[in-house]
Design a protein around this ligand. Sequence first.
Ligand code: ADP
Length: 400
Amino acid sequence: MKILVINCGSSSLKYQLLDMKDESVLCKGSIERIGLKINGGEENVIVKVGDDKFTYDKELKDHVAAFNEVKYILSEGEHKVIDSFSEIDAIGHRIVQGGDRYTKSVLVTEKVVKDVEELAPLAPLHNPAHLMGYRACLEVVGPDVPQVFVFDTSFHSTMPPKAYMYAVPYEYYEKYAVRRYGFHGTSHKFVSHRVAEKMGKNIKDLKIITCHLGNGSSVAAVDHGKVVDTSMGFTPLDGFMMGTRSGGVDPSVVTFIMKKLNLTPDEMDNILNKQSGVNAISGISSDDRDICAAQNAGNERAILAHEMQAYEIAKYIGSYIAAMNGVDAIVFTAGIGENAIPVREKVVSYLGYLGVTLDKDANGHRGEEIVISTPDSKVKVAVIPTNEELAICRETVALV
Ligand code: ADP
């Protein structure tokens, strides 16, 4: 079975074609600047086949044009990996917001499309873009190829009300669906199941804390296979500091600064989402590689950014140990979780009281699946590279 995974943004489209016979990646890549002018030299199309990477620029007026380009890349162009697009058995889409309506992945029907459209106010930057991707696929491949939506929020739908409610007027929940949803669910699910497998245990017998640390970051408490709490909230802004996002702050800071600087809600939203976090504290970059380099050079604000980040992550871990009344395994994943050795070391340094001991040699590895706690550590700490595309493929196969 060949499954195509699509992750569509408002001007971008990421694609990955997998052969589910052996879960191998046949081709993956991305198209940026959809609907925008290309002035040459921008190389907005990326194609990766095995270890080879090809890039070129091409103006693509809309998502249909972009999806036709994907069709060309996969089945017609010089780097094609299949003889015909009809070899694709199904398409799986990443959808950010499924609200409280979608606790599982679904085969797309008109009703599903309508629901995702209706949920757009909860994810205005994402859901409409995902639907553009879906409709482009539908136009190009027709209705006979099944399409599946896999929601970032689904895995978190098991949270109890005490974890997802906010103590604001109750009618905001009833009228506007204001509550914690959580995001990165596909990743938290993938790595929590994988660590259970690695430990040779059933996930239903384990208490696991998963730390997805990338440009956007979140921590989740997975109690006997079910999420009971997670750090992202109504939107992916909540939690702890990220590349450019503030994470949780005293809400009064928001109203105070809005009044002080006479800012509109959109301007404040932009500041909290795009001009805060590690970028703001370090004054250097939102990219953790730059922060690691600056920290090594003794830059005080880079050191502070890392200290704040690790401290906040450790506090979340502590609170989720309380939420689950224990923990058996802690997992690090995503760009920073898989690669940033000093961040992992710093976070684990807060967990001595748990009887967690770090295997420094193992922690020296990057980007690979590895246990980084010592054999006598009371809690297993592991790095598990996430693979959201594979997870989406598996969900798609299960449904079709
Ligand atoms: P996204 O949320 O966009 O999917 P990723 O999971 O790709 O993000 O993570 C991106 C983050 O991972 C960036 O901050 C990047 O600097 C960091 N990262 C990637 N490789 C390394 C590395 N070798 N060392 C430290 N940080 C890294």
